[in-house]
Ligand binder design. Structure first.
Ligand code: ZN
Ligand code: ZN
Length: 168
């Protein structure tokens, strides 16, 4: 399977559907049809996706985040989308899109915190929007794996992390 610049470990992190690919009929690694530019896409296999038979819709405010650098935008549109409800809120660092590295639970934060307090490590890496919505970091932390999902990004350039939380 191809390595994507902005999406780490597709097999593990992408959202696959059992529906056959609308373009070639294949049942192999079909991405769920959310966030594609064409409205009627319900399933596309990675092979067709890599041939750009459909691309991911990148909202204007995400394009703005890299200063309307369309080479980067085009590349992001050919990386699998992150299966979440909110608009495709891709994070940016070092003037480029960050790489999505997956959904993390408390364990993952503990393992990666280098003996620092895991909650402090989690809070330190939260994106601004999430941070602004937090009343009590402990409540959000305890909700991880229940109604809250943490999506983690890593900068390809400086290695910095950013965490976006969605509560359902
Ligand atoms: Zn296909
Ligand atoms: Zn960076």
């Amino acid at each position: 399977m191809k390595n994507y610049k902005y999406f780490c470990n597709v097999k593990e992190n992408a959202d696959f559907t059992k529906k056959n690919c609308q373009f070639c009929g294949s049942n192999n690694n079909c991405l769920e049809g959310v966030y594609f530019e064409q409205d009627n896409v319900e399933s596309i296999c990675l092979e067709c996706f890599d041939l750009k038979k459909a691309v991911v819709d990148i909202p204007e405010y995400i394009i703005k985040r890299v200063g309307f650098d369309y080479a980067k935008v085009e590349e992001l549109a050919s990386n699998p989308p992150i299966p979440w409800v909110q608009s495709n809120d891709w994070q940016v660092c070092c003037n480029d899109y960050m790489q999505y590295i997956g959904e993390w639970g408390q364990e993952n934060f503990r393992e990666n915190s280098n003996n620092e307090n895991a909650i402090a490590f989690f809070e330190k890496n939260l994106d601004e929007d999430t941070l602004n919505k937090v009343d009590d970091i402990n409540v959000l932390w305890e909700d991880l794996g229940y109604n809250t999902v943490a999506y983690v990004f890593k900068c390809n350039v400086c290695g910095k992390m950013k965490v976006v939380c969605q509560s359902y």
